[in-house]
Ligand binder design. Structure first.
Ligand code: ADP
Ligand code: ZN
Ligand code: ZN
Length: 737
């Protein structure tokens, strides 16, 4: 038997694999049997780390005498299923990430800490013989208990998750156990292929929806772009497609944006499906997250809903992947392993030979282009499903108009009229805090952050100045630090200030602020939503947290205080994002039986982007922007990557990028098909006391870029200056800052 080596990935920033000898307590034959994806405990320097077995080899990269033994095998069944391992390896390559970091990102935290992934026992409720003998309609005076009994008559057993989905409170259990009607036992769940799929009847589709559903084939890999306005019934199509997939004994994976996974969304799935559903959201603790992961892997959970990292959830019987709001920025991880979950979904679906459904009211330009090129099948829903009418949009020119705390007179009248009619109003202002900064009226001093090239935001609750970029905080000065004047005044408007203004203007109306600050505590958002749902007239003021996911059926007026922010962004994606955000916000108006209205205040009503968006809609804007991108040679027509470097000493970062460019140009000279830009300062050159620069690569061919970056990354790891700066590669960057 030759010597056996284990090639492993370790979570370090180094872009290489490591060789180990097998643990001392297993034989070479046993070592040969180890599966890729198995987790191992390993000595690494003076530490112990958990690594992932990539392959078992009989030739090592270094002499065996220099190799150390792995300490132990954590679990002989691999933590990575072959398809997830393959996906991660592909992604590590594509995104130029160290493979250990990529694999690490894909695992639930407890597995990274050495836990074993096993199904745990769960409390399960069943009818006793006495319970089964009870005639229907008994216990009328205890409606909750009665509901539980009825549900148990329809299902062989129910778990706590089921009860939650059925909205039966857990308090109904004990009295029934005490009466000897039901029992509770702990057991390991097993997949139930015979379980009923639907809990409620699906809606009858309108012709457009029916045509879209008809086109979706479950039997092969195909990407579908479901492009339909807010309220056009995309979710209903997801539900019915999933139902078909479940009917074939398959599982469904649904990805949604970070703040899109609301209790409302989850309830909608739970109301529709009787099968076990797990949601991987930020409210779960590590244990719950691992349990959900195991349930997906073992086929217990049939529908898995989660945010970005859920793309790595193992599935026993994958049937379909859905990415809702596919244009959303939160699908791209912005640090460490900088993957795009939407783009990985394409890869994963293709590996699994299953369909992928991308849905949005405002598809990313990349996706629209893919549809135009025929790579994605394009499904369009043009009008709202159900009774709701599209909102009417009014572009309000506020140049030279007197504004009261940012509101035009006409806007205030419109708000008053809606409140009078006992409707709800939503006000969108994409800045939290009281005001974007503090200004001295006498000398023009502005409150800058000492650590960033940015202004400090004024907050009143509690009173302080806060840098939203580095988190630096300081008290609000009573005098100008420059001229000692007392004339310091907040400049511009944030949510707190609009809230305060509205309280004065509408003293008898509930004003609810929704932003990161007001929803920090655990149940705050939930309470806010309950209050809105209660249906009393109110004014909601908030940031983009209001724009996504939540359903506000009683909102009839949406006001966008300042539509101009995205127009002059230096990021080439600025106008695209502005268009998406404005339409998402506008889509909140008039979702139920009341027609909606949107008022958009702007200083630039004649701006071609604003005109196009408002008069012709998102798709016309997208066409315009795509044309621009083609002319300026930007994505989706070219492929971009950024090499970023930052350092407390600016000259080091710049020098590092200069060296990188010089080296890269030797391998890949500048040409019409391949260009370099930089080193240039990042949009915010100084942030958190570090100076930030970037080098941009722009290539006509993905492959050329890919090869160059791989070669360059390996080279930069050996570059001494690379140890003195922080550097990273971002492939398909979404934020150029
Ligand atoms: P989207 O996901 O595109 O925003 P939804 O699927 O949430 O749209 O549908 C918007 C509203 O219209 C929901 O209240 C939904 O119940 C309703 N709806 C969707 N499809 C239909 C249909 N075919 N018939 C009646 N109502 C529908
Ligand atoms: Zn001053
Ligand atoms: Zn700062």
């Amino acid at each position: 038997m030759p010597t056996v080596f284990l090639q492993v990935a370790i979570p370090t920033p180094l872009r290489r694999r490591f060789d180990y000898l097998p643990p001392l307590d297993i034989s070479p034959e046993q070592a040969m049997q180890l599966q890729p994806g198995t987790l191992l405990r390993l000595p690494f320097g003076h530490q112990e780390v958990i690594g992932v077995l990539l392959s078992v080899e009989t030739e090592a990269s270094v002499a065996p005498g220099q190799l150390r033994h792995a300490l132990a095998i954590i679990d002989s069944s691999p933590a990575f299923m072959p398809d997830i391992l393959a996906l991660c390896l592909w992604a590590a390559d594509y995104y130029q990430s160290p493979v250990g970091e990529a694999l690490h990102t894909a695992l639930p935290a407890l597995l990274r800490q050495g836990e074993i992934a096993r199904l745990r026992t769960e409390a399960v409720y069943r009818l006793t013989t006495a319970g089964k003998g009870l005639p229907a309609g008994s216990l009328k005076r205890a409606p909750r208990q009665s509901a539980l009994l009825t549900a148990l008559q329809e299902h062989p057993y129910l778990t706590r998750g089921d009860l939650q989905a059925l909205e039966i409170p857990l308090t109904a259990i004990k009295p029934l156990v005490d009466k000897g009607l039901i029992t509770c036992s702990e057991q390991v769940l097993t997949p139930e292929p015979t379980r009923t799929i639907l809990r409620e009847q699906p809606l009858t589709l309108n012709p457009e929806q029916a045509a879209a559903l008809e086109h979706i084939s479950l039997d092969q890999f195909q990407v579908y772009l479901l492009d339909g306005a807010t309220g056009s019934g995309k979710t209903e199509i997801y539900l019915q497609t999933i139902a078909r997939s479940l009917g074939q004994g398959k599982q469904a994976l649904v990805l949604i944006p970070e703040i899109g996974l609301t209790p409302q969304t989850l309830q909608r799935f739970q109301r529709r499906f009787a099968v076990p559903i797990v949601a991987l959201h930020s409210g779960l603790n590590d244990r719950e997250r691992l349990d959900a992961w195991v349930q997906a892997r073992d086929g217990i959970a049939r529908v898995i809903i989660g945010t970005r990292s859920a793309i790595f959830t193992p599935l026993k019987e994958p049937g379909i992947i859905i990415v809702d709001e596919e244009h959303d920025n939160s699908f791209k991880q912005q640090d460490g392993f900088r993957y795009s979950a939407r783009d990985l979904a394409v890869m994963r679906a293709s590996q699994l030979k299953i369909p992928l459904l991308l849905g949005s009211a405002t598809p990313a330009l990349e996706s629209l282009n893919n549809a135009q090129q025929g790579r994605y099948q394009y499904l369009r829903l043009t009008h709202r499903a159900g009774a709701a009418l599209p909102p009417s949009i009014q572009l309000l020119d506020i140049r030279a108009q007197p504004l009261h705390e940012g509101f035009a007179q006409e806007t205030l009248q419109a708000i008053a009229a809606e409140i009078q009619a006992r409707h709800q109003v939503l006000i969108f202002i994409n800045r939290r805090g009281y005001a974007p900064t503090l200004e001295c009226h006498d000398c023009g001093w502005l409150a800058n952050c000492n650590h960033c090239d940015a202004r400090m935001t004024v907050h009143q609750q509690p009173r302080h100045l806060h840098c939203h970029h580095c988190d630096h905080q300081r008290p609000i000065p009573s005098r100008c630090p420059h001229c000692h004047s007392h004339q310091l005044q907040p400049l511009g408007h944030g949510t707190e200030r609009s809230e305060a203004a509205l309280r004065q203007l509408f003293p008898h109306t509930r004003i609810l602020r929704v932003d990161r600050d007001s929803t920090r505590s655990k149940h705050a958002m939930h309470r806010l939503l309950e209050e809105v749902q209660a249906g009393e007239p109110c004014i909601l003021v908030g940031t983009q947290m209001l724009a996504k996911g939540h359903h506000f059926p009683l909102v009839t007026l949406v006001v966008i205080i300042d539509a101009d922010a995205g127009l002059f962004s230096t990021d080439f994606r600025g106008p695209e994002r502005m268009g998406q955000l404005l339409l998402q916000v506008a889509g909140r108006a008039g979702r139920a039986d009341k027609p909606g209205k949107v008022i958009l205040q702007s200083h630039h009503t004649e701006h071609p982007l604003v005109q196009t968006l408002m008069l012709q809609g998102y798709h016309a804007l997208a066409e315009l922007l795509l044309h621009e991108r083609r002319v300026t040679q930007l994505p989706p027509y070219r492929h971009l990557a950024l090499l970023r470097a930052e350092s407390k000493r600016p000259e080091l970062a710049v020098e590092f990028l200069r060296l990188a460019r010089a080296q890269a140009e030797q391998w890949q000279p500048t040409s019409p098909h391949f260009t370099y830009l930089g080193p240039l300062p990042a949009m915010m050159e100084k942030r958190g006391d570090r100076f930030r620069y970037q080098l941009q690569f722009n290539s006509a061919q993905r492959k050329t870029l890919q090869q160059l970056l791989t070669q360059l990354a390996a080279h930069l790891e050996g570059e001494p200056l690379g140890k003195r700066v922080r550097w990273s590669i971002d492939v398909d960057p979404q934020e150029m800052s």
